[in-house]
Design a protein around this ligand. Structure first.
Ligand code: AMP
Ligand code: ZN
Length: 449
């Protein structure tokens, strides 16, 4: 299996240290609003990663975090706290906001038939362990205190620029004009923030004898250390995480524990919608519920995601979603046909091995899908397709009701009697049940509409 590793900027062969314990960490959502389809694409891509590893006989140990503690809306260490913002918007407490939107995220997760992570960790359950990490970094001389928090001194960590290939001199030169905070270097970041006098911050914990809350990168380093242990095999997230969030995770973890944090870093690209950035002002923040209103199931959307590649910038359109839905319907009907045949046509030899090989080339599901379109599959082949992509094809094959079966028989009899108007009438009735009939040399076959 080959994966594109951001760390080396190349396609590298994936060989985990222990095939029976492949350690994966995927950065999770901040639970302050409903997930839009852009947010959800990442989890579909990482589900393919997990399924591919499982189909290749690896055992996956995956941790996903839920950011239920407010972090700041910008990559800088100031700006508005997302959970506080959600709480104000809805007149609720930050705890209520976190609980509601975590629940809604997990519902989306299930609706997309994504394999549950081995463990889901809430950031608020790891505050004390996070404090211990800050303490450890302080004892090792990596931190300094300012009036508003404890900062990581990036100058003390020479590999800081490595993952993102940052040009720190450039950053320093650019920052000179506005660089007036107490930070020693522009890239230094908060490990811990103090609640300032008069500041209204609902979530706060005691550290150093005063109230405060964690900086937003801390939870990932902490949870990885507690639940998986460094080094992990794969760390995944969005491309926007490379220059700040993941760079800071590496600095915190590797400085504290003197171990590589992750061997592989996978980053997925962004989607635009009908050519536009996803934004409130354009009113295009679609959720799964919005897609359902237009007649698309979560699995139609999942198929659309998997038609593309995680590293490509993608453009979502309802026309393309309709094409994805049609492809899924076509596959369901091929499967439905198979369940009605007495003697199926011979399947493609080594179909599963060939499919696995295609997708093992850096999660190339698009090539895999073309191969499915152009091959004859047996029932076990379709079972493998479902295992690899989680498209719920087999479970969606519900045979026609007894009433529909009766209509199919009556229609055949009407055709045999050359009563074509009656046959057409019966076809129309069947279509009301979402079923249509194909007349084949070996008799009628029902299909989904
Ligand atoms: P946000 O809630 O907007 O901060 O987004 C949370 C995460 O979702 C970001 O860090 C991105 O990795 C991902 N994300 C946001 N917008 C998109 C998009 N249009 N396409 C893909 N991923 C996105
Ligand atoms: Zn993270």
């Amino acid at each position: 299996m080959k994966l594109y590793n951001t760390l080396t900027r190349s396609l590298d062969v994936f060989n985990p240290a222990d095939p029976s314990n492949v350690k994966i960490y995927t950065c999770g959502p901040t639970v302050y609003d409903y997930a839009h389809i852009g947010n959800l694409t990442a989890y579909v891509y990482w589900d393919l990663l997990v399924r591919l590893l499982r189909s290749s006989h690896f055992q996956v140990n995956r941790v996903l975090n839920l950011t239920d503690v407010g972090h700041l809306t910008s990559d800088a260490d100031d700006g508005e706290d997302k959970l506080e913002k959600g709480a104000r918007r809805e007149g609720k407490t930050v705890w209520e906001i976190a609980e509601h939107y975590a629940g809604s995220f997990l519902k989306d997760y299930q609706a997309l038939e994504l394999i549950p992570p081995t463990k889901i960790c809430k950031a608020t359950d790891y505050i004390q362990q996070g404090i211990a990490l800050v303490q450890r970094l302080t004892e090792q001389g990596y931190t300094y205190e300012t009036t508003d928090g404890i900062y990581f001194d990036t100058a003390k960590f020479p590999r800081y620029a490595e993952l993102a290939r940052l040009d720190l001199d450039h950053l320093r030169a650019g920052a000179r004009v506005e660089f007036s905070s107490e930070k020693h270097n522009p890239a230094d970041f908060a490990l811990w923030k103090f609640v300032r006098e008069g500041e209204d911050h609902a979530m706060q914990w005691d550290y150093l004898g005063r109230p405060g809350y964690p900086g937003w990168h801390l939870e990932c380093s902490t949870i990885i250390h507690e639940e998986l242990g460094e080094p992990i095999d794969i760390h995944a997230g969005g491309i926007d995480h490379i220059p700040v969030h993941h760079t800071n995770e590496v600095a915190q973890s590797e400085a504290a524990f003197d171990q590589t944090l992750a061997h592989f870093w996978l980053h997925c690209n962004f989607i635009t919608i009908e050519g536009e950035k996803i934004s409130k002002s354009l009113g295009n923040i679609y959720t799964l519920a919005d897609l359902a209103k237009q007649g698309f199931s979560p699995l139609d959307f999942k198929l659309w995601v998997l038609q593309g590649h995680y590293q490509s910038e993608r453009n979502f359109s309802f026309t393309d979603l309709a094409a994805a839905k049609q492809r899924r319907l076509n596959w369901r009907n091929r499967l439905a046909t198979l369940t009605q045949q007495d003697s199926p046509t011979p399947a493609t030899p080594d179909f599963c091995d060939q499919l696995l090989k295609l997708v093992s080339d850096n999660l190339n599901s698009a090539e895999g899908f073309s191969f499915i379109d152009n091959s004859t599959l047996s029932y076990p082949d379709w079972e493998f397709v479902d295992q690899l992509f989680g498209l719920g094809l087999i479970d969606s094959i519900i045979p026609p009701s007894a009433h529909a079966e009766q209509l199919i028989k009556e229609r055949s009899a009407a055709r045999d009697a050359k009563d074509y108007s009656r046959a057409d009438q019966l076809r129309a009735e069947l279509e009301k049940e979402g079923i249509t009939v194909l007349d084949t040399p070996s008799g009628p076959i029902w299909q989904y509409l």
